[in-house]
Design a protein around this ligand. Sequence first.
Ligand code: XBP
Ligand code: MG
Length: 259
Amino acid sequence: MNTQSSNAQLKALIFDVDGTLSNTERDGHRVAFNQAFEEYNMDWHWSVETYGELLAVTGGKERMKFYTEHFMDKEDIPGNIDTLIPELHQAKTRHYTELLSTGAIPLRPGVERLIDEARQRGFRLAIATTTTPENVTTLLEHTLGIDSIDWFEVIAAGDIVPAKKPAPDIYQYALDQMGLSADECIAFEDSENGIKSSLGASLKTIITINDYTKDHDFSGASTVLDQMGEPDKNFSVITGNVNGATYLDCDLVIKLHQQ
Ligand code: XBP
Ligand code: MG
């Protein structure tokens, strides 16, 4: 998988959202889930640690279902769970987008700079994520500005494909929509489920880890970095050959794509 060097020219950058563009999970999604549980007078509460375990499953509705199946006694599961989960999820999305609208959740270091450079250099941009579409557009609006939503020619998100990450379907969907082959693109991810999905779609993948994903298995990644970095804020290289670079720019992305 992805062991040969790529001859195709790099045309597009495809970004994961949660954990990659922004550290949204601990202080964003988790908080919004808990707000939804409170709104429905439920005694569920997801601690930082528990949420780390729940991240094994992508997708908010799927995550709640997983919680009932693996963290609760059978007799404590509400009888109306199948109708309750979509309702809770709607409430969670409302709380999450409200939180994003306060501007409390910034982009990770280097993300805005890399996207700006990629646009200037004519690279095509797309998003491939398991999160709900309005979570993506609200994050973009409140970080890069409302116009930034149109910088991404495809926002592949949420239930648009039935099988979420680690299935490759969401990346395959983005590729199909762009009319590009996998070897003309590169993916940006932060998690094991994410890289399974991108490698499953035969995409070279650059990883930036975070606290929840630092111990994940990133076999097959083009490089694993602690962050994209900035000219005055070096990244740390966990694996991969970055030819002496200290932050991720388009030249390095091109090199990694060719390797
Ligand atoms: C991360 C996820 C998402 C969010 C919750 O996806 O697993 O499910 O935690 O989002 P990615 P929803 O890293 O691929 O962006 O509640 O809207 O499903
Ligand atoms: Mg992610």
